[in-house]
Write a new protein. Sequence first.
Length: 51
Amino acid sequence: MYAYHVQNLVGIEDATTYGKGATVRYWLKRGFAAGDPGSCDTWSASSAKVS
């Protein structure tokens, strides 16, 4: 299922709801790799990682 989601995000462009495509892919990969929702804490991340 992980590979399916990452593949479908390859073409995602900037969106007002989810942010930049590259940022969305970064957080998706980070969350699945860690296996811990806490690793996706965008509230405490630097602005460069969530814009």
